[in-house]
Write a protein that binds this ligand. Structure first.
Ligand code: GLN
Length: 283
């Protein structure tokens, strides 16, 4: 089969499986298999790839057709213009999370300290940690996660982008293993926030493929916010920032929990107009 025929066949399989962007996904998967750019496909439409490539391509198309997210197939997702390695051990970074990262970066640039310390609680793929390290000079990030598999991915991403000297990793259940020897300028977190009873009704791509441990926020979805808000004052500098991504309809509850110990609390909306980021400063 030629490249053109492969694209047509792949798109048709994905379309029949009701995948949202069948043509785009077939193209991305073929580029991944042939290790080429998109333009190559259109300038070499009549090329016939080797049989092994064709087999791999059709297998991956079938996986996509059964709901596996494209990012777990290609193993990469762009976040803050950086290529982030992802596997099913970590959540796929979302564009909404860029709003959280931008909020933190803006604050760090504003305070313009010669050296700052940031804690990323529940780092997952490390997308928040590496992008802060990338865009803020002289900052040190401590990336915490309970999952060793996630930490290996986060470490790979830090290494791949050249930040292992400015990011350290701790395997810990929340703050349990974080030593109180240093105080942080910022604690940032995109914790699991889906109420347990809503996991079943998530899109199948998310429900069947993304790690439940990264999604399930307990009965009301707010479990991790309460724990992090309660404990972070012990780890923050006076006036330090606590910033969260929050789930739909969770912002006001999170603001409420923060009020006792934090001031200048702000909510940012995402592009869909949903309250998405809550931040405040330790009193
Ligand atoms: N910090 C990672 C992210 O924002 C992981 C979040 C999570 O697993 N809940 O993508």
């Amino acid at each position: 089969m030629t490249i053109k025929e492969l694209l047509r066949k792949g798109s048709q399989i994905l379309k029949d499986a009701r995948i949202e962007s069948p043509v785009r996904d077939a193209g991305v998967i073929l580029c991944h298999v042939l290790n080429c750019g998109r333009l190559y496909l259109y300038t070499h439409e009549d090329n016939v790839p080797d049989e092994t490539y064709i087999k791999t391509y059709i297998n991956l198309i079938q996986e996509r057709a059964s709901g596996k997210p494209l990012q777990y197939i290609t193993g990469v997702n762009e976040f803050m213009s950086l290529p982030i390695l992802v596997t099913p051990d970590v959540l796929i970074p979302r564009p909404e999370t860029e709003i959280l990262v931008e909020k933190v970066i803006a604050y760090l640039k504003k305070i313009n300290e010669p050296k700052t310390n940031i804690l990323d609680m529940g780092t997952g793929s490390g997308c928040i940690a590496v992008s802060i390290a990338r865009y803020v000079e002289n900052c040190f990030v401590t990336a915490v996660d309970i999952s060793s598999d996630a930490l290996s991915i986060a470490y790979f991403n830090a290494m791949d982008l050249g930040f292992t000297d400015r990011i350290s990793f701790i395997k810990s259940n929340l703050f349990e293993k974080v030593e109180k020897t240093q105080y942080f300028d910022v604690i940032v977190s995109n914790p699991p926030y889906i109420p347990s009873c809503e996991i079943e009704s998530l899109q199948r791509e998310v429900r069947d493929y993304e790690p439940e441990i990264a999604l399930d926020g307990g009965a009301d979805g707010l479990f991790y916010y309460k724990r992090i808000i309660d404990e972070s004052p012990k780890f923050l500098k006076p006036g330090g920032m606590l910033a969260f991504e929050v789930g739909i309809n969770e912002a006001l509850a999170v603001v409420d929990f923060m009020k006792k110990m934090f001031c200048n609390i702000e909510i940012e909306k995402d592009l869909a107009g949903i309250d998405r980021v809550v931040s405040g400063f330790l009193r």
